[in-house]
Design a binder for this molecule. Structure first.
Ligand SMILES: C[S@@+](CC[C@H](N)C(=O)[O-])C[C@H]1O[C@@H](n2cnc3c(N)ncnc32)[C@H](O)[C@@H]1O
Length: 263
């Protein structure tokens, strides 16, 4: 594919690497090199990406059944099957979804593909998730979402791209503080807790020099992002196990996932 304005095809980007693992075609040579090198070094990476995507769908379906009608999806990814508004509006046609990503490719596809039901609403903004105020004050966000009613804050496979010096916990808190009690946090995160020491070492060696930032975190660190939220059952679990048995058998499990309700 040719590169739209504003994107450098020579620098791997998480949206496109993830798209490759999901079986998409919106990726460049540099993205495929990172994706393939990681897959060659350790088992289960592609399966975890697919299980993560399946978790996203299950969480949205569950929250829609609980009556949630508003979703703020941070780090949307290239539109794939089962995007948030498709899952939410299948259960609740009046669901309102705002997508946020900072990859121009994501935005180009989002505008073309992410249409809404007439009763609901879908908006997309190009913004950096690390700047909560810019996202929260964005006119399209304010127009699409009612901050006096519960909102599902979706941080699915995004915080691992935010390094410690950018204060990921502070970022989660800034978004959560803007939302009323009864809102939800849907989160999944890369971890090395669930693989052997040898596999974890192989992963770190293979990814150390990759030009795509990822910070694996422990279950304890990830659980702290839920401060102020009560985890709903089954708690913080391997991503494939949240409300299901694995769709794609995991040779190794790389992600934790959980959903919490704001007190
Ligand atoms: C691994 S994908 C996850 C996509 C989707 N949430 C899912 O789980 O299926 C991570 C996404 O986060 C986006 N992203 C990474 N850092 C970001 C930032 N600082 N601001 C906005 N988006 C970001 C990437 O462009 C990519 O689309």
């Amino acid at each position: 594919m040719s590169a739209p304005n504003g994107i450098n095809p020579n620098v791997p980007h998480s949206a496109r690497v993830y798209d490759y693992w999901l079986g998409g075609k919106d990726n460049f040579e540099a993205d495929r090199r990172v994706a393939e090198a990681t897959m060659a070094a350790v088992p289960g990476v592609r399966e975890s990406a697919r299980n993560n995507r399946a978790f996203l769908g299950r969480a949205v379906r569950h929250l829609t059944q609980l009556g949630v009608r508003q979703f703020l999806d941070l780090g949307t990814g290239i539109p794939s099957q089962g995007n948030v508004h498709e899952v939410a509006q299948a259960g609740a046609p009046d669901a309102r979804v705002v997508y946020v990503d900072n990859d121009p490719i994501v935005m180009a596809h989002a505008r073309a593909l992410l249409t809404s039901t007439p009763e609901g609403r879908t908006a997309y903004i190009e913004a950096d998730v690390r700047d909560p105020q810019a996202v929260l004050d964005h006119p399209e966000v304010r127009e699409a979402l009612d901050f006096s009613r519960p909102i599902a804050l979706m941080m699915v496979a995004i915080l691992m791209h935010i390094s410690d010096e950018d204060d990921p916990a502070g970022i989660v808190k800034a978004y959560a503080d803007a939302m009323p009690s009864g809102s939800y946090l849907v989160l999944s995160h890369l971890t090395l807790d669930l693989v052997t020491k040898q596999i974890a070492d192989d992963y770190l060696a293979a990814t150390k020099h990759q030009a795509m930032h990822r910070t694996p975190r422990t279950g304890e660190q990830i659980a702290r992002y839920f401060d102020g939220f009560d985890l709903i059952e089954p708690g913080l679990v391997p991503v494939s196990q949240w409300h299901d048995t694995p769709l794609f058998p995991d040779p190794a499990t790389w992600m934790y996932a959980g959903v919490g309700r704001k007190r």
